[in-house]
Design a protein around this ligand. Structure first.
Ligand code: F6P
Length: 305
């Protein structure tokens, strides 16, 4: 997100537009927690995870009164357009501001879950995948030395994008995601037949929306009779210095968001499709179904015999 904030601020300045930062999202907008940003204010943040603007969930903004206060802040500070960096919840808020209050607004997709349609990738996804992959590579050392099965739970809310990517990249023997029904007896048979062929350890990746690592681990241990452990990677996936892919994506989307806002393409979102930056209506984020690539799931199965 910091890489995107930097891009928005510096692109806007290059277009002779003043930038006001808002702390804690809609909550800060309601409370008037805003401050001017110049090129120097976004120096030295490109390699930092998180967001210098802070983030919060705002219940008050879901009410008409909250929205009225937010719009009053915009008016008071002469803010003529808004760029919202976030996930689906942030985009719903942006749509309300755009359609019900006439605020010119453009959304930039940023969530590790990658569950926003209208873009192939959201900011943060690649970094989260790489953090999880590094952890899995390390866990594999113990799995191999102790000849164990490891069940590793990754984030993703109700979708399996992180699990699928990490599972394929990490050579997992099974990838359990909400989009593909699974049967643990089949997983056990697969692991047992791998062991019979001389495989000494196995990794099972489970998306948080597809099951609980502790329960899956217990079932696999019972079903195979093999020593099984589990690890829930949790919040480490939301931190760390962003990968080059994420930094470049953030730079491109921040730049595009400013230009589309200035060009009057309001209540929209920017994204990437097939490598190119595109713009579409913001509600595409949830009205279009974002499909997971099932071929990757199949590929992971084939390669992990
Ligand atoms: O949406 C990002 C995410 O990290 C999900 O993967 C996870 O389920 C959720 O946020 C955790 O959010 P919270 O800390 O609010 O429970």
């Amino acid at each position: 997100m910091n890489a995107c904030i930097r891009s928005v601020v510096r692109t806007a300045i290059s277009r002779n537009v003043e930038v006001i930062g808002i702390r804690r999202g809609y909550d800060g907008l309601i409370r008037g927690d805003v401050f001017p940003m110049d090129a120097a204010s976004v120096g030295g943040i490109l390699n930092q995870g998180g967001t210098i603007l802070l983030t919060a969930r705002s219940k008050e903004f879901m009410t008409r009164e909250g929205q009225e206060k937010a719009v009053a802040t915009l008016k008071r500070h002469g803010i003529e357009g808004l760029i919202v960096i976030g996930g689906e919840g942030s985009f719903h808020g942006a749509r309300v501001l755009g359609t019900e209050w006439g605020v010119p607004v453009v959304g930039v997709p940023a969530t590790i879950d990658n569950d926003i349609a209208g873009t192939d990738f959201s900011i943060g996804f690649d970094t989260a995948v790489n953090v999880a992959l590094e952890a899995i590579d390390k866990i594999r050392d113990t799995a191999a030395s102790h000849e164990r099965i490891f069940v590793i739970e990754v984030m993703g809310r109700s979708v399996g994008f992180i699990a699928l990517e990490v599972g394929l990249a990490g050579g997992a023997e099974a990838i359990l995601i909400p989009e593909v029904p699974y049967d643990l007896d089949t997983v056990c048979k697969r692991i047992a037949s791998g062991r019979a062929r001389g495989k000494i350890s196995s990794i099972v990746v489970v998306a948080e929306g597809a099951g609980d690592a502790a329960e899956v681990s217990q079932r696999i241990q019972e079903g195979t009779g093999l020593s099984t452990r589990y690890a829930v990677l949790g919040y480490i996936q939301r931190g760390g210095s962003p990968t080059s892919l994420d930094r470049v994506l953030a730079a491109r989307l921040g730049y595009a968001a400013v230009d589309h806002l200035l060009a009057g393409r309001h209540t929209s979102m920017v994204g990437v499709s097939g490598g190119s930056v595109q713009v579409c209506d913001i509600d595409a984020a949830w009205t279009i179904e974002k499909r997971i690539n099932l071929n990757l799931h199949e590929l992971a199965q084939v390669l992990s015999i």
